[in-house]
Write a protein that binds this ligand. Structure first.
Ligand code: CIR
Length: 253
């Protein structure tokens, strides 16, 4: 179970965020409204939410998940694969020191984004992607092992991050789409397979037996509800325009 989350307010500079989506420019007032609803949803899952202020220097900084991996016994700061995002890490690290005695760091030339790390109990699956290289992933596995956890790597090519295509809903349930459906690494799970038309919904977030799902994906929502979860649908259209999903808007611990 999680008890806390940290989010970061979107900056007006979000219009300059990195994107491959090919959609319109994000609407800042609407992004703020959607972010407010996201915080409300976290609170409705009984999380205490710390809200970090926006930083105009970092257009992608509301995607705070990419800056750290939070495990019960340690926090591990990442070194994001996109050079424009590396400066986001320091401020988040300072916040995390309030909560963690142990705050470790991935060192260059290793790179890794939090969006490439999926926690399943004491194990982390790490996506080798455009943002996460072998060195960053190897450092992460070594640090995990030092704290009694384990990690393994999965090479991905279809999406920005591992968790763009897979989400763990606890109880052995995995929401999965695309190239990850047939990977041996995920064969042991009960898979809820998301069809291509709804692939954006593969990034959903389990929080204390509720699941945050992006609005507008009825088949995915139906499958998750059929497993007995309470679903909270959230419109995150303005973050989707920047390749962002639901999980990347918070750090949960
Ligand atoms: C980026 O390209 O870094 C941002 N525009 C989107 C990051 C999304 N993060 C995530 O899915 N974990």
């Amino acid at each position: 179970m999680f008890s806390k989350a940290i989010v970061r307010m979107p900056a007006q500079s979000l219009v300059d965020g990195i994107t491959t989506a090919g959609l319109d420019e994000p609407d800042y007032p609407l992004a703020l409204e959607q972010h407010r609803h996201y915080i409300d949803a976290l609170e409705s899952c009984h999380l205490t939410v710390e809200v970090m202020p926006a930083d105009e220097q970092f257009p992608d900084s509301m995607f705070i998940e990419d800056t750290a991996l939070l495990m019960p016994r340690c926090a591990i700061m990442t070194n994001p694969g996109a050079a424009s995002r590396r400066g986001e890490v320091k401020q988040v690290s300072a916040r995390l020191k309030q909560y963690y005695d142990k705050v470790e760091s991935i060192q260059a030339p290793g790179t890794i984004d939090g969006g490439d790390i999926m926690m399943v109990g004491d194990h982390c699956y790490i996506g080798l992607s455009e943002r996460t290289n072998q060195d960053g992933a190897s450092q992460m596995v070594e640090l995990l092992q030092a704290y009694g956890y384990s990690g393994s790597m999965v090479t991905i090519s279809e999406a920005l991050h591992l968790k763009s295509s897979v989400s763990y809903l606890e109880n052995h349930n995995l929401v999965v789409t695309g190239e990850l459906c047939d990977m041996a690494e995920f064969a042991e799970f009960k898979q809820l397979r998301i069809e291509a038309a709804e692939r954006y919904a593969a990034n959903c977030v389990w929080i204390n037996n509720r699941v945050l799902v992006p609005a507008g994906y009825p088949q995915s929502t139906g499958m998750i509800q059929a497993l007995g979860y309470t679903v909270i649908e959230l419109d995150v259209s303005e973050f989707r325009k920047l390749d962002g999903g639901l999980s990347c808007l918070s750090l949960r611990f």
